[in-house]
Design a protein around this ligand. Structure first.
Ligand code: FAD
Length: 381
């Protein structure tokens, strides 16, 4: 069957943009679609990202999307005891990472994909998938019209609520206890110092942690994630409490909320099956988020590159895109990224397995402190 495209990428977040860019660089005919009219909005992310991640994924650290440089970490225990790790104290002058503006960042990445030759459609929602003669056809609602697009492979980079995964018959739902409900306020009038501040402990964010990130222009992001099976209260209750009734409260006395942002983060094991016939899931859709930090941008971009490169090689030699044939993509992911992901998931499970909340708090505080340490093998933002 002659297809309109080799690859249809669904979702213009970091995973989809990098997949589209890499596949287009490999000479494939690529269409990237996103249901949004403006990429990255509404914002559902704090945008903390290491300089190493940009480097690793061949994305220039462009002032176009950088909100604020980051030089280290300030981690607080349940009782508010701080542990400071400022890399400037080790003589480092270059930023360790950045808080990026996700609206600009997603648009930037998609521009890179378009520059590599990918076609991009906004306001285009995939609403159905059907397989025929070894290819796959997507029904797409584009503005007020509906059209059908055929491809050899659909890459589902459509986020935590992946409909591509559901339509392909993959088991994408994560256990409730493995989903963090996250809420953050972008605030004015809160002092920051070029560090990512992280508050651990059950008194502040049960099953997760709270954060204060520098946003630039005198702004900060104050937010938290809570595990949905560890509290009857919602994320908003815990965030209000952090800001008005915790050791941090004096800091927020003059805070003015400029934006409210939120969303779910999968802190779970990776999908057992990320491939189906003519379909590959990546990024949040495949639950490829760091289960300790909740950071998913780097993992999403790496997934995008891995899948783009895989498809370039695979489609050059075969037209077989059955689940069986695409399994080698999952094997490649497993070899490159899967072991580390599984290790981090086990670490998180061990931290929260203890029946004693004080023990959990200590373990999370120590783990995050160590995670960001220069000697850590996981060192990153
Ligand atoms: C509050 C919060 C804070 C976070 N902070 C950080 C952080 O500081 N650092 C970090 O690394 N990670 C952070 N994360 C996680 C990070 O945002 C995600 O892991 C990352 O965005 C995943 O990228 P993705 O490309 O897989 O999916 P997404 O960025 O979710 O992109 C999915 C895209 O698919 C599109 N889409 C969905 N369905 C369809 C459809 N049917 N048709 C067409 N398009 C569709 C959506 O519009 C969207 O643009 C945070 C998450 C939250 C909720």
């Amino acid at each position: 069957m002659a297809c309109d495209y080799d690859v249809l990428v669904v979702g213009g977040g970091p995973a989809g943009a990098l997949a589209a860019r890499t596949a287009a660089q490999g000479g494939l005919r690529v269409l990237l679609v996103d249901k949004k009219s403006e990429l990255g909005t509404p914002v559902q992310c704090s945008g903390a990202l290491s300089a190493g991640a940009l480097d690793d994924c061949d994305v220039p650290a462009d002032p176009e999307f950088i909100a604020e440089p980051v030089f280290g970490f300030l981690t607080y225990s349940n009782s508010g005891e701080p542990s400071r790790l400022d890399y400037r104290a080790f003589g480092r002058r270059e930023p360790l990472g950045y808080v990026v503006d996700r609206k600009r960042f997603d648009r930037y990445l998609t521009r890179l994909a378009a520059a590599a030759g990918a076609e991009v459609w906004l306001k285009a929602r995939v609403v159905g998938l059907a397989r025929a003669a070894g290819a796959i056809t997507a029904q797409i609602e584009r503005f007020t019209d509906r059209c059908a697009v055929s491809a050899r492979v659909v890459v589902g980079a459509d986020g935590i609520m992946s409909q591509v995964g559901v339509m392909a018959g993959l088991r994408v739902a994560a256990p409730l206890g493995d989903i963090a409900s996250c809420l953050q306020y972008v605030v004015e009038n809160v002092e920051t110092c070029g560090l990512l501040e992280i508050v651990t402990g059950h008194a502040h964010a049960p099953g997760g942690y709270a954060w204060v990130f520098p946003k630039g222009h005198g702004m900060a992001e104050v937010g938290l994630g809570v595990a949905r099976d560890r509290t009857d209260r919602d994320a908003r209750w815990w965030l209000e409490r952090l800001m008005s009734d915790s050791f941090m409260a004096p800091r927020f006395r003059h805070a003015r909320i400029a934006e409210v942002q939120g969303g779910g983060v999968p802190l779970s094991a990776a999908l057992k099956q990320m491939v189906a016939d003519n379909v590959i899931l990546i990024g949040d859709a495949a639950r490829h988020v760091n289960p300790i930090t909740g950071g998913g941008i780097h993992m999403a971009m790496r997934d995008g590159r891995l899948v783009g490169a895989f498809l370039t090689e695979h489609l050059a030699v075969t037209s077989d895109c059955s689940r069986q044939a695409l399994r080698s993509c999952q094997a490649r992911w497993q070899a490159q990224l899967g072991r580390t992901h599984a290790e981090l998931y086990r670490l998180r499970r061990d931290i929260f397995r203890s029946p004693d909340p004080a023990q959990q708090d200590r373990a999370l505080f120590e783990t995050l402190g160590h995670y960001f340490h220069p000697d850590s093998k996981y060192r990153k933002v």
